[in-house]
Design a protein around this ligand. Structure first.
Ligand code: ADP
Ligand code: MG
Length: 320
């Protein structure tokens, strides 16, 4: 490597911390962080592998954004406030143009949420990026997957299906027409941090949708020991989605497409006004069904039960 490991870290990743609670950041053997009294530390990590989570040649700015965004989404789903991150990079070479773009995308998103990069690891190898994020939440208010109760309304944020639609267009043979708005959903997920914080004390259960709405909903249901009904007529089909795909495809993309990073959450009907107050133009909240006793997920169209395909993305199971 023309650029040495320590030079690389100093140039792209050792930034002054925007936070007073970082007692020691990049440069020592480990970081020293001050957790606010009375709060639980919330920790999550996610790995992006080139060729599996992003296509070779993807704009490094978006890879940097996405590596942090998918982790922040996990904290959002817990109702947590993000504070710190660690970054482990395995790089085939010290490619400065790539590092420049990656660091730009990473630090831009980190700056927006006041997240300090406090450490990491840098090694040579295939292109693999692992980020860990740490944050905090009042222990009693943390949102979990378990907690949904029969009768709760089921909501989803934003526009599920758009990221998968962008990927579908990108991979279509001779893809000339990729809607930039859909592509942006795939490349620059918006972690729903504000929404997650607003749902503390409101939602009975929550999770982020990364592997497809139906498959993730089934996991929430099994964690809560309940079943769910999804009203297919109520699914939010975005204008961009409807412009690009036939209705049946739109529905499949919303229900089964991955990479949404929206929040799926359950709320007692009596609290639905609190949910309405959390919706914004860039983050609409749609009631798509309700929780019921039993197990599994049922689909209803015009009040009649219809079969719906389950199953989301699973790294170790062949696609059906
Ligand atoms: P060690 O040998 O103790 O593992 P390293 O030599 O790997 O430490 O790293 C030196 C310092 O740089 C440590 O504080 C580490 O946390 C930090 N660091 C290494 N790689 C990165 C990175 N990609 N981003 C941020 N900090 C990093
Ligand atoms: Mg190291």
């Amino acid at each position: 490597m023309a650029l040495g490991e320590f030079e690389l870290i100093a140039r792209y990743f050792d930034r002054a911390s925007p936070r007073g609670d970082v007692l020691l950041g990049v440069g020592d053997d480990a970081a020293l962080l001050e957790v606010p009294a009375g709060q639980a530390l919330v920790a999550a990590t996610d790995t992006l592998v080139e060729g599996r989570h992003f296509l070779p040649g993807t704009d490094p700015d978006s890879v940097g954004h996405q590596a942090l965004a998918v982790n922040l989404s996990d904290l959002a789903a817990m109702g947590a406030t993000p504070a710190w991150s660690l970054l482990s990079l395995s790089l085939p070479a010290a490619d400065e143009a790539w590092l420049e773009g990656f660091a730009r995308g990473f630090h831009r998103l980190a700056g927006r949420y006041g997240v300090a990069l406090v450490g990491g690891d840098t090694v040579r190898g295939p292109l693999v990026i692992t980020v860990e994020v740490l944050g905090f939440v009042e222990t009693a208010l943390a949102l979990r997957r378990r907690g949904a109760r029969p009768g709760d309304l089921l909501f989803v944020s934003g526009w599920p299906g758009e990221a998968a639609a962008g990927l579908r267009q990108l991979l279509a043979p001779g893809s000339g027409s990729v809607d930039p708005a859909l592509l942006r959903r795939l490349r620059y997920a918006e972690p729903r941090i504000e929404l997650g914080r607003g749902l503390r004390g409101v939602a009975t259960a929550a999770m982020d949708v990364s592997d497809g709405l139906l498959g993730d909903l089934a996991r929430l249901c099994s964690a809560s020991g309940v079943g769910a009904v999804v009203e297919l007529d109520s699914l939010p089909l975005s204008p961009a989605l409807k412009a690009a795909f036939a209705l049946g495809d739109c529905e499949r993309l919303v229900l089964q497409g991955g990479d949404d990073y929206e929040l799926l959450f359950c709320v007692p009907a009596a609290r639905s006004e609190a949910v309405a107050a959390l919706a914004t133009p860039s983050c609409p909240l749609t009631c798509i069904g309700r929780i019921e006793t039993g197990a599994g997920v049922r689909g209803l169209r015009h009040g009649l039960e219809v079969p719906i395909a389950e199953g989301g993305y699973d790294h170790f199971r062949p696609a059906p």
